[in-house]
Design a protein around this ligand. Sequence first.
Ligand SMILES: NC(=O)c1ccc[n+]([C@@H]2O[C@H](COP(=O)([O-])OP(=O)(O)OC[C@H]3O[C@@H](n4cnc5c(N)ncnc54)[C@H](O)[C@@H]3O)[C@@H](O)[C@H]2O)c1
Length: 249
Amino acid sequence: MVVYKKLEPIIAIGGGVCLDIVGFAASLYRRRTTYIRVPTTLLSYVDASVGAKTGVNFSQCKNKLGSYIPPVATFLDRSFIQTVPHRQISNGLAEMLKMALMKHKGLFELLESHGKFLLDTNFQSCNGLLDHGCVALMTSRIAIETMLEELAPNLWEGDLDRLVDFGLLISPELEMKVLPTLMHGEAVNIDMAYMTCVSNDRGFLTTAERNRIIQCIKNLELPVWHHDFSLNLVKKSLNERLKHSEGLQ
Ligand SMILES: NC(=O)c1ccc[n+]([C@@H]2O[C@H](COP(=O)([O-])OP(=O)(O)OC[C@H]3O[C@@H](n4cnc5c(N)ncnc54)[C@H](O)[C@@H]3O)[C@@H](O)[C@H]2O)c1
């Protein structure tokens, strides 16, 4: 097959793993071949769809191989999500919750009030109509827009202090340790739940706020704990972060 690298982009259609692998392969093929992302899971629709990074696990480490190569386009079609299993919808909701907690109180309130509806309807129904629109459309749009607001000015990660990295301190080690029992979003969520409790301990969040977040997580049917999430794992993850992030915690 002849691929004209400028005129005929490779089209990646699938979940986050597929988009990452195809994007990475495109960055290698003839040094750089253009590609298009078509996300088909909720997680890839709201997260892997945007941004410039590709990542592939290597040598027991999460995303140790990868590149910065944005797609030339991303096509978003929510109808793909109708066949995604229930657990994977929760998995994607974790990434939306991340943006809600970091940047958008309104999104958090929508997930609190309509999260269960979104989970049960696979983001397909507009019966959960709000006064000003469809809740599936609104929540996914806010999640993507808030993500873009963070990624666009810092595409090459010159600034390592990134809100979108919430939930990514301990989860990479946890995810790799227990693969494949936890999905990516679930591991991120356990990290976020832990950090929510740490924030409460340190006085950054009230106990009422902590409880509200944990209750929202439970309504989204996401795990808050895993038996392999040990203090040793936390220490190992912190060391890794210090090593690779110029000392930034
Ligand atoms: N590059 C990025 O910016 C970025 C951002 C977030 C996450 N990720 C990566 O994405 C990965 C997780 O992605 P994911 O949650 O999409 O998992 P995934 O890609 O493993 O997909 C989960 C499963 O769903 C199946 N599937 C895909 N579309 C489907 C559909 N429409 N209906 C039914 N089944 C379908 C897949 O074949 C797979 O078996 C992680 O490895 C994570 O590191 C990358």
